[in-house]
Design a protein around this ligand. Structure first.
Ligand SMILES: [Zn+2]
Length: 202
């Protein structure tokens, strides 16, 4: 991991999955350094599920990596965005994963960005357990829920809200200019939603 150079309110993590680093780096290049501190993970983990006999080791590595990321939060950090890349040949699309409630109440802000790019965006409420019986026992207003292997310390109990953002690109690698811009606009918009300040998009 690279040391932080300065303090900025958003810590953007790129390269947790090593095959996605090229895309993350391109996206990060176009962001305002006054707002975004980029944590570039040079030796990320594989995005593929491990072989059966390597699951335990993989899970531990995954957990350690995420717990390490927490060490890069400073008193001035107000949001953690963990950028990922998926593949979708049919449509430009983004999935947003978060436990924090500022997203559903402002979801239109994200939908507007998606519309500008003729893309789709989905928000998933992170939960510890997706068993239907558990979800049905309480008032549960969310359409989409997701479980995550990311440690609870990161997405639920951290002082700083966590957002996982997965951008689906047409191909592997650094992505097209449009895909990179879509990611940047969503990152900017999510940040402005989190801060409840004027949009920082340029
Ligand atoms: Zn990923």
């Amino acid at each position: 991991m690279m040391r932080r150079q300065q303090s900025a309110p958003v810590l953007l993590v790129i390269g947790v999955h090593r095959d996605e680093l090229a895309f993350g780096a391109k996206v990060a290049e176009g962001l305002d350094p006054n707002y975004f501190q980029v944590l570039r993970i040079e030796k990320g983990i594989s995005g593929e599920r491990p072989r059966h006999d390597q699951v335990k080791q993989f899970d531990q590595k995954h957990r350690d990596l995420y717990l390490q990321i927490l060490q890069y939060l400073t008193p001035t950090t107000r949001l953690l965005i963990d950028l990922h890349q998926g593949l979708d040949c049919s449509k430009l699309r983004a999935d947003v994963f978060s436990y924090n409630s500022f997203i559903p109440s402002n979801f239109n802000n994200l939908a507007d960005v998606a519309r500008d790019f003729k893309a789709e965006v989905y928000w998933y409420h992170l939960v510890e357990d997706t068993l239907l019986t558990n979800l049905e026992t309480e008032e549960f207003p969310y359409d989409l829920v997701a479980k995550t292997p990311i440690p609870l310390e990161v997405w639920k109990y951290s002082r700083v809200p966590y957002i996982g953002l997965e951008i689906y690109t047409h191909n592997n690698g650094s992505g097209s200019t449009q895909e990179q811009q879509f990611a940047r606009h969503l990152i900017n918009r999510l940040s402005s939603m989190a801060f409840k300040v004027a949009d920082i998009e340029t």
